[in-house]
Design a protein around this ligand. Structure first.
Ligand code: LLP
Length: 434
């Protein structure tokens, strides 16, 4: 459930009229609902009944300092994919003591920074990485706690570009080689074996691939507990959200109206299905949700620049582009497009909703039915809170967009829109051209 709905004819985020936000801060601007994030967090952490479970929010999904702080205040720890993300957690005033560091390419510097910061565990993705962590820890005279990311070779049935748990992917150590990798780890003087980890992909809307993964991992986890006294299992992230009917899905009645078999995966179903399997292991459980914490908590506000009526085709040209929200261009993702001011007396329009960038992939929606809107009116691209702002670029020398956080009737800009001067600040003309 989320906190975006029409109050009268105006789309609101919690108690804030989004058109007011657009007028105040300009567009394109990301707007996030703090209460939606809190609901998402509470539902997931509450779903792991009877377990010692810790949510480690995957910072990559939305790394705004305010978002990190908000989730930290709720009790979340963090999963980071770079030292930069770790430093964001620290800069947000949250602790990294219960947090984990993942990623296939950790550099020596990153490993050192994480050891100095005192993180909970490294999620190791290869044997050479084990050797490197041991080496860096040795130089610092400390022991590094690790878990090996095991690739269970499970098909998550999600978009090919966000599948990570099959043997065709670069991630983790194959299940068959994992026991040997743990043996190797146990020989290193500066490594402590602390856990086991797996993450099979993202936007997974069925609980079965998670079950299959746990079934495959359970015997190894039990053996590791016996042999190396591991204390935790991390089951990764990957819970999918509702992108189609995004606005409707915020209403409690919408869920009940779905046929049971086609109901999207909820945190409750995820928790209720996996908890009994996890309880048998007797280990602490780490969850690494990214998308399911923040995706439905965010929208991207954009202004209509032109309605271009072509031959048999209409184009709604908006001021947000693929540089601001790359998911449709990169993953063919669907984002609902809705007007900030609804007007039921207007005709519907079928159009491609496109940005201003010189690329045909700069398209948010194809042949989409939307309310007829014209220049100066605002639209919201729904479910843009995850992998939106964090993946924005400056392509076409466009500034990284602003971000606003809403809680109840309060709202504040939490990232200012970049200026042209900031964009070119690190560039210079070399002496030999002067
Ligand atoms: N843990 C690990 C090790 C991960 O690699 C990821 C995401 C997560 C947790 C969080 O997964 P989530 O709960 O968000 O599904 N940019 C893509 C998604 C890439 C996901 C990368 N890894 C998108 O926009 O769909």
């Amino acid at each position: 459930m989320h906190h975006f709905r029409y109050v009268g004819q105006n789309l609101h985020c919690e108690s804030v009229d989004l058109a007011e936000v657009a007028r105040l801060y300009g567009t394109p601007t990301y707007v996030y609902s703090a209460s939606t994030m809190a609901d998402n967090y509470t539902r997931l952490s509450g779903s792991m009944k009877g377990l010692d479970a810790q949510v480690c929010y995957a910072v990559k999904a939305n790394s705004n300092l305010a978002v990190i702080r908000h989730l930290g205040n709720l009790g979340s720890a963090f999963e980071f994919a770079s030292a930069g993300e770790m430093r964001r957690v620290i800069a947000a005033g949250a602790s990294v003591r219960r947090s984990v560091f993942a990623g296939v390419g950790k550099t020596e510097l990153e490993i050192r920074q994480a050891l100095e910061a005192g993180i909970y565990s490294f999620h190791v993705e290869s044997e050479p990485e084990l050797a490197r962590i041991n080496h860096v820890a040795g130089k610092l005279g400390v022991k590094a706690a690790i878990a090996i990311r095991v690739n269970p070779d499970v098909d998550a049935h999600t978009h090919a570009k966000i599948t990570t748990g099959t043997s065709a992917n670069k991630f983790g150590i194959p299940l068959r080689q994992a026991a040997a990798a743990y043996e190797a780890a146990s020989k290193y003087p500066h490594i402590t074996i602390r856990g086991i980890q797996s993450h099979i992909g993202s936007q997974i809307t069925d609980v079965k691939p998670f079950v299959e993964t746990l079934e495959k991992l359970a015997p190894l986890a039990a053996e590791l507990k016996e042999r190396h006294r591991i204390e935790y299992i991390s089951i990764g992230g990957g819970i999918g959200i509702v992108y189609r009917d995004a606005l409707a899905s915020g209403a409690a009645s919408w869920w009940d109206a779905q046929p049971e078999a086609s109901r999207p995966l909820t945190p409750e179903v995820y928790g209720a299905t996996l908890s009994p399997m996890l309880a048998k292991l007797g280990l602490k459980v780490l969850l690494e949700p990214g998308r399911s914490m923040v995706a439905n908590a965010g929208v991207l506000l954009t202004r209509v620049e032109y309605l271009k009526r072509g031959q048999g085709k209409n184009f709604l040209i908006v001021d947000a582009g693929m540089n601001d929200l790359v998911r449709p261009a990169m993953y063919d993702s669907y984002h609902e497009v809705v007007p900030l001011q609804r007007d039921t007396t207007r005709r519907a329009l079928v159009a491609d909703v496109v940005g201003p960038i010189c690329e045909s992939t700069d398209c948010f929606a194809k042949d989409r039915q939307v309310q007829e809107v014209g220049e100066g009116e605002y639209l919201a691209l729904m479910s843009a809170g995850a992998y939106g702002h964090v993946m924005a670029s400056r392509y076409n020398t466009r500034p990284i967009p602003a971000e606003v956080l809403v809680k109840g009737s309060a709202f504040e800009q939490v990232t200012a829109r970049e200026t042209f001067e900031q964009i070119i600040a690190n560039e210079k003309i070399p002496a030999f051209l002067k």
